[in-house]
Design a protein around this ligand. Structure first.
Ligand code: GDP
Length: 298
């Protein structure tokens, strides 16, 4: 995903290593290159501006280090700032003191929610939890079956409305699922919700109603890293319409330019908790800002 960005940043920083002492003009020139690289990678303009301003300020005022030459110092600053926009520390999943922990998934159709539900369930199971999936996407034909299939693959129980009962009310399904989880001692409940192709009010209202009914410990906004600049507007719409406590980036294995991944934390103020990078249930892990920054800087 970050190949082009990574190449561009490495090239911009490499010019510096050929120089001994760095002038302000050298730093400005490098900052310009970094700015172009980030904009071409579809990173949101506001994020780029803040990032560049901080790099310039810190690089120009860089304290003299015995251990690092000037170029290495700038590289270190860029790395630290990149870790910063990606969220700094790794943020762990918030588990409820009184189980079950309720995790609600929200996002556009096709973002990868249902797949993520399976991935999360498998991951939780490996951590010793007893998760249950809940099918509250009752809009899309097959969504319930698709969730049941990923649930089976992950080896976990899926709570779904009984077939033949019409479309059903997702809020009612969610409520009954929580009661069932308590009864059957599932300590984590993952609620899949409906997504539409675009943001719409009915979808937001439904997700907000489910949220009110289940009082999630975490609401995860699931976003396809391939959708570029749209990720930011979508994230803002979900933040305002439903609210969320964390972000999951999906399709990081794709060859898009990756700006979404770099903007969403800074724009929404919410941490990225997990990253998905493939269609298999195992293609999934906790998100580590420092590892992602190292991957980008090559
Ligand atoms: P939903 O509509 O949000 O529930 O999205 P789905 O879970 O149905 O995913 C939409 C499509 O994206 C499916 O074909 C998934 O196999 C695929 N998908 C989901 N996550 C990933 C990922 O991390 N990488 C890739 N390459 N494909 C993914």
């Amino acid at each position: 995903m970050f190949d082009t960005l990574s190449d561009r940043l490495t090239a911009a920083l490499q010019t510096l290593t050929r120089k001994g002492k760095l002038s302000d003009a050298d730093i400005d020139a490098t900052a310009r290159e970094i700015r172009i690289a980030l904009l071409e990678a579809d990173v949101a303009l506001g994020v780029v501006k803040t990032f560049i301003a901080r790099i310039k300020e810190r690089a120009k005022g860089a304290e003299v280090s015995q251990a690092l030459n000037p170029a290495q110092q700038v590289i270190k600053i860029v790395n630290e700032e990149l870790v910063g926009i990606l969220g700094g520390e790794t943020r762990r999943l918030n588990l409820a003191k009184n189980p079950p922990t309720v995790i609600m998934l929200a996002g556009l159709q096709g973002a990868g929610k249902t797949t993520l539900a399976g991935k999360l369930a498998l991951w939780l199971k490996k951590q010793g939890h007893a998760p249950m999936l809940v099918a509250c996407d009752l809009q899309r034909p097959n969504a319930v079956t698709q969730l049941q299939v990923v649930g089976e693959r992950a080896g976990v129980v899926t709570f779904a409305p009984e077939p033949g009962n019409g479309v059903g009310d997702p809020v009612d399904v969610a409520r009954r699922a929580i009661a069932e989880a308590k009864h059957a001692q599932h300590d984590v409940v993952v609620v899949d919700t409906a997504g539409r192709l675009g943001v719409d009010e009915e979808l937001m209202k439904q997700a907000a109603d489910i949220r009110d009914a289940v009082q999630p410990d975490e609401t995860l906004f699931v976003v396809d890293a391939m959708i570029g600049q749209d990720a930011v507007t979508t994230a803002e719409a979900f933040r305002d319409g439903v609210g969320f406590t964390g972000v999951v980036l999906t399709k990081l294995d794709g060859d898009a330019r990756g700006g979404a991944a770099l903007s969403v934390r800074e724009v929404t103020g919410q941490p990225i908790l997990f990253a998905s990078n493939g269609e298999k249930l195992e293609d999934f892990d906790t998100f580590h800002p420092d590892r992602m920054a190292s991957r980008i800087l090559g």
